[in-house]
Each structure stands twice: as structure tokens, then as C-alpha cells.
Design a protein around this ligand. Sequence first.
Ligand code: UT7
Length: 325
Amino acid sequence: MPFGILGTGSAFPDRILTNQDLEKIVETNDEWIRTRTGICERRMAEPEIATSDLAARAGAKAIAEAGLTPADIDLVIVATFTPDHFTPSTACLVHGKLNIPNCMAFDVNAACTGWIYALSCANGLLTTGMAKKALVIGADCVTRLTNFKDRTTCVLFGDAAGAVVLGEVEEGRGILSQFCSADGRQGQYIIVPGGGSRNPCSHEVVDKDEQFLQMSGNDVFKFAATTLPEAVNIAVDRAGLKIDDLDWIIPHQANLRIIDNAVKRLHVPHEKFIINIDRFGNTSAASIGVALDEAVGDGRVKPGQLICLVAFGGGLTWGANVIRL
Ligand code: UT7
């Protein structure tokens, strides 16, 4: 039997950070942010909220939407590059918070492509019989690694979590294809230089703001311009489909101009792309899960429809899945 999505969930902080709020923090303006990125506002976790809190909320909703209880889950994967701690993993924290019976639980770090990597790993493990029902979560509190003195990055990111429960579905439905790739030679384009084993946390690291994310936006933009359409084409091909067969494309929400570029290169109508970057900004591994949950919730995405999920990000990494819901 194939494996597919049984339920979706999402969670985000209540606190909203608008472009106008950012105008008071760095030298930027609403017009620049909207025209260059498509972002109007983003969510920012309150000080007491960490990634596992949002992840657990999204996960609990996905389990309930699937008509299941935590006792039914036997695999937990969390995609994140902003874990609460180096150890325990965020997946283990979620496992504990939701009181899931003892099972395999681990994090995947593929930055903004984490959602695709986690979904693909879960599908692989389910297919081998190692688990029957997987809770897959993409969750990031990127604002915790954001330098609010750096206008080139601080206007882009937000905090959120998206989740799905994967389990057996009828023949012809579920995850029809997967494609994941990486080019480590371009890793320096998105990097948190300090705080890890290469450059452990110290006063010097903090003085130089090296605990924050640094990004070469133009290089990542060029990378995304080619890899996003490439990933869609490969995933569609592997599913034995044509691009016109897709009902929806849910891209990682990094920049509206990157999505517009994909529209042109793939010759897919703009209306087929699910876009919510205006309200959430770039929420990294959470972005696809949040958009999916929203589109399922408001009835745009319906059972039986074909969806392509596609992402790119730190690593550098990229990938896509085709799913029949
Ligand atoms: O999730 C995956 C990882 N991230 C991405 O996918 C991000 C990909 N890259 C991008 O989305 C875009 O490259 C950015 C949004 C980051 C930047 O947009 P851009 O059109 O590539 O701008 P730019 O970096 O070429 O900068 C253009 C100008 C510069 O000024 P000068 O040198 O022309 O005078 C920047 O200093 O815009 C300036 N600028 C800003 N101005 C106002 C950069 N950030 C800002 C800002 N407000 N926030």
C-alpha cells in the first residue's frame, strides 16, 4: 500500500511583525520589502515560545485532523535548523510533549528544504515497514537566529510550524514521487557561522554577531531560479505525470519573485501556486506545511487532487514531492 497524508496541522505565534514595525528597527521601508519580496508581515515567537512548542501544537492538530491519537504514532521526524537545543532533538521534545509511545524520533536539518527531506525520509521508513504512522513536522523560529541589525536578512524571516500525519492510503493516492538533492560546495551562501563545533559560542562570537544567520541573497536567488523549476520537473517526471496534470504547486515561500520566475519557467498558471508569503514571510522548513494546512482548511486543496511540493534552501539543498491527496 502507498503512504499519504491523513491529516494536516499548523501553528504560529500570535505576535505580528509588520513592515512598518521593521522600519523602526532598521533602515528599510514597506515599499522595498513588498516589491522585492512580496512580504507584508511575519510572525515572531514570544520570548517564552521555542520551536518545539510550535511544532507540538501543529503536530497535535495534524493527529486530530487524521482522526487519530498520539498513541497511534510510531515515528516522529522534525525538520528544523532552529532546534530548541543541540540535544535533545526537537523531535524528542515533541514526542515527550505529545506523550507519544516510545518510537523512533529524530530531527532533519536541510534548512528550508527540510519539509521535503523529512517527508521523503518518513515515506522511505514507512515503506520499509519500520513504522506505520509518521508525524512529520517542519518547524522553525528563524527570528531567533535573525540579526535585527542586518536589513538584508531581518525583513525576510518568520516563525511557524506545519505538520502532517502519514499513513497507508488507497492505491493511486499518497506520495507518488520524491526528489532530494544537495550541493555542499555552495554551503557558505546561507550560514550561521558561530555557535557550533567549528566556532563555539563565546563572547567574541556574540560581539561579531556570528550566532546569527548570514545569507548571500543574490547567490541564493540565482540558485533558486534554476533549482525550483528543475525539482518540479524531476518530481513530476518520476511520478509518470505531465506538469499540466498538477492541480497545485506549493512552493517554499522565500520570495514572491522566485515564485513568479517559476511560473514563467514552468509555464504553469499563477493561480495554481499556493502563496501566503505576504502574511508569514519565509518560515523555512515550516512554510510548505503551513501553506498546505491553510489550503486544505479553506477547501482549495481537495482529496484526490495532485500537488507538487517544492523547496530550496541552506546546504544548499533542494527537492520536491508529488502527492495525490
Ligand atoms: O529560504 C531560502 C533562502 N533564502 C532565499 O531564498 C533568499 C533569496 N534571495 C532573495 O530573496 C533576494 O536576493 C533578497 C530579498 C534577499 C534581496 O533582494 P535583491 O533584489 O536581490 O536585492 P539586493 O541584495 O540586490 O539589494 C539591492 C539594494 C541594495 O542597495 P544598493 O547596493 O543597490 O544601494 C541593498 O543594500 O537594496 C538594498 N537593500 C535594502 N533596502 C531596503 C537590501 N535589503 C534592504 C532592505 N530595505 N531590507
